[in-house]
Write a protein that binds this ligand. Structure first.
Ligand code: ZN
Ligand code: ZN
Length: 273
């Protein structure tokens, strides 16, 4: 188990798709010996109602209060930070940009969970779409988000859409088909002073690689990108720091000497061993 890298992407029951108590996540991180962790609970404005109920809308004051109390309780064992994984979409950017106006959060991941209001996780997203077109539409929406929403620090799991390509349709994903839009996207992220994350959940999904791919991580560095956080996207204690033993080599092969953590929205660079 590689335990020298901080996990800056994890969820607890403050997110509607996790049942894990925040305390159980902290306990596991402590037992793994991680230097620090950051909770990044979901907040997705305008996510479609589920059974008539609003989902993925965080109660920010209550959340901050709970994590503050854990921070204090575990202060001698681990450095806990408070973050959000904010769903980005052009139509909600006003709300995204005025989120956490009291500036209490340490870190905000901006992610695409909806493309024009639809979640690619569900098969109907792909109905009526040529798959290549669907993937390009997803990348174009990220570009639009980066140009419109400013209140985030790193873009989450950039190419995660490929996890959800329908298995029942004949299609071969070739990254080389998307180089132009990926380059445009990375340049835009760098130009706006934002970073990316290496999200190891790809290994959990059997992709045998992180999201984004090693190639995109390397390309981000080649284009001048410096800010890269590391996260497992764990929704349960057993997935904290998942496949983190692979992270140092992926980063070094891409040309990074450091990885990044955030405190009060400021990047801190930690040297790789
Ligand atoms: Zn996400
Ligand atoms: Zn997540």
């Amino acid at each position: 188990m590689y335990n020298n890298i901080s996990d800056f992407h994890m969820h607890s029951a403050f997110s509607d798709d996790s049942d894990a108590s925040a305390r159980s996540m902290v306990e596991q991180a402590v037992s793994l010996g991680l230097p620090s962790v950051c909770f990044t609970e979901h907040n997705d404005f305008d996510y479609p109602l589920e059974d008539g109920k609003t989902v993925f809308n965080i109660n920010l004051p209550e959340y901050i209060k709970s994590i503050e109390s854990l921070k204090h309780e575990y202060r001698d064992k681990i450095d806990i930070r408070t973050g959000i994984e904010q769903g980005l979409m052009k139509s909600v950017c006003d709300r995204v940009n005025s989120f956490d106006s009291d500036k209490e959060l340490d870190f905000i991941i901006g992610s695409s969970h909806l493309v024009n209001g639809a979640d690619p996780y569900y098969p109907d997203f792909w109905d009526g779409f040529d798959i290549r077109r669907g993937i390009i539409t997803y990348y174009e929406s990220i570009l639009e988000n980066v140009n419109t929403c400013s209140n985030f620090d790193v873009y989450g799991h950039i190419d995660y859409i490929i996890r959800y390509i329908p298995k029942d349709r004949i299609f071969e994903y070739r990254e080389s088909d998307y180089l132009e839009i990926i380059d445009e996207l990375l340049r835009s992220i760098i130009g706006h002073g934002k970073g990316i994350e290496i999200n190891t959940a790809g290994f959990k999904y059997g992709l045998n690689r992180p999201n984004p791919s090693d190639f995109i991580i390397k390309r981000y560095r080649e284009l001048g990108g410096e800010i890269i956080t590391t996260g497992s996207d764990a929704h349960a204690p057993e997935h904290i720091a998942f496949a983190f033993e692979k992270v140092p080599d992926i980063l070094k092969n891409a040309g990074f000497k450091y990885y990044t953590v955030f405190k009060k929205r400021r990047p801190e660079f930690i040297k790789l061993d």
